[in-house]
Ligand binder design. Structure first.
Ligand code: BGC
Length: 414
């Protein structure tokens, strides 16, 4: 039982490719067409949020949600190189207006793992020469939608994208693999972020801009090296333009201040054994086998804040719990942990508002507060969704909401 800190707002998060649906020519549609999604699903289906956003925002309003982190899809906005779709931009305009009319404040992600195939075919994020494609897209977005959105995330989880697509060979593009390419992709993304940061600040210096960093606790042999390569080194490049070896500063940016807040995505920890990565044997697991480790969130936030002391937004935290057995306890444990840290955590966005297309896991891995029936597209609030709404309403967790939602919600025994 606890009261939320006065300055912390609760919201929900999603990403364009994971919820919108529609037949697009993107890197993820291509990946699905090539049969790489484990359950055979595709982002063409997703949640049909593109057509059902009114219903989704109404449901958010009913839950008392006033903060929404969402993404826009580059593939829709620029389906062919250099040709921007007014239809898509106008649709996003109506969508954001509807969000705002429902009392929901937008935090907009400009790139969340997905982009047009023409960009991929040009070499995607492996080539620093491709950065102007991204900045041109960002300028178009600002000119069309910039008056409606005051907070931005440029790039989502550069490290996860680079590792899965260029080192582990599990995500697109999965060619030219290796650590060298993986680090190069993170460097190019950091450079693109700084360019986009500057563009948005030129458009309106009062706007707040950051990137969403995937952080985890690394333990075991070699943990220090991996923490530097995938976490701290990336954070220094993005937040301060400090590109330490092996990261490369492709535009020779001066060191400076390139974020207004720290976006933190936290899920779990990694136990390192040489070049092998796994989980602990003694912690409860979610339905993807990831350790449930709330203290890790506190540790990661403290470490990141020590590198760059800016206001903190937890831009993602959540869990894959297909039957909603332990999600309420997970939320309770993580909120309880960060509520006590004494750092300026201003927002917490639960991942995710609804079940959605979970990348290579497809539709079968459910992270949502709202259940999606993928055949009928019916939305149903889960028990954990009712719990989250109660936390927002009461600005904390009371004895009776604890008894109603958390007391009977248990992790599987280890
Ligand atoms: C990503 C989300 C994803 C979530 C759960 C994060 O790495 O930003 O897109 O759905 O984790 O796997």
């Amino acid at each position: 039982m606890f009261k939320l800190n006065d300055n912390m707002k609760l919201g929900v998060a999603s990403a364009s490719m994971q919820v919108e649906g529609g037949e697009l020519n993107s890197n993820w549609h291509d990946w699905a067409d090539r049969g790489f999604i484990k359950d055979g699903s595709s982002p063409s289906n997703a949640n049909d949020h593109w057509n059902r956003y009114e219903e989704d925002f109404k449901l958010m309003r009913e839950m008392g949600i006033t903060e929404y982190r969402f993404g826009i899809e580059w593939t829709r906005i620029e389906p062919t190189e250099g040709e921007f779709s007014d239809e898509a931009l106008n649709h996003y305009r109506r969508m954001i207006e509807c969000m705002r009319d429902n009392g929901i404040r937008p935090l907009m992600t400009l790139w969340h793992f997905s982009h047009p195939m023409w960009f991929e075919n040009e070499g995607g994020w492996l080539k620093s020469e491709n950065i102007p494609y991204f900045t041109r897209y960002v300028s178009v977005v600002l000119n069309s939608l910039g008056d409606l959105v005051e907070e931005y995330i440029t790039i989502n989880e550069p490290n996860v994208f680079a590792v899965n697509g260029y080192l582990f060979n599990e995500w697109p593009p999965s060619n030219n693999n290796g650590l060298v390419q993986c680090v190069k992709v993170m460097s190019v993304l950091a450079t693109a972020h700084i360019e986009a940061y500057k563009l948005i600040k030129e458009y309106n210096n009062d706007y707040l801009v950051g990137f969403a960093h995937h952080v985890r606790v690394f333990k075991g042999v070699g943990a220090g090296l991996f923490r530097f390569l995938f976490q701290d080194g990336v954070a220094l490049a993005f937040t301060k333009g400090e590109f330490k070896f092996p990261f490369v500063n492709y535009r020779r940016f001066k060191k400076g201040d390139y974020v207004d807040f720290l976006g933190v995505n936290y899920y779990s920890q990694t136990i390192v054994k040489g070049m092998e990565f796994g989980f602990s044997t003694d912690l409860p697991k979610n339905d993807l086998g990831w350790d449930i480790y709330p203290e890790g969130l506190v540790r990661c936030v403290r470490e990141l804040y020590a590198l760059c002391p800016k206001p903190i937004y937890i831009t993602e935290n959540g869990t894959c719990d297909n039957d909603d057995r332990f999600r309420s306890r997970y939320i309770y444990d993580h909120l309880n942990a960060i509520n006590k840290v004494g750092l300026p955590i201003l927002k917490y966005y639960y991942w995710s508002f609804s079940d959605n297309f979970e990348w290579v896991e497809g539709e079968s891995s459910r992270f949502g507060l709202v259940h999606i029936n993928y055949e009928t597209m019916e939305r149903t609030l889960k028990e954990s969704g009712r719990f989250y709404a109660s936390i927002i309403k009461n600005r904390g967790i009371t004895r009776s909401t604890y008894d109603e939602f958390v007391a009977g919600s248990h992790y599987d025994s280890v």
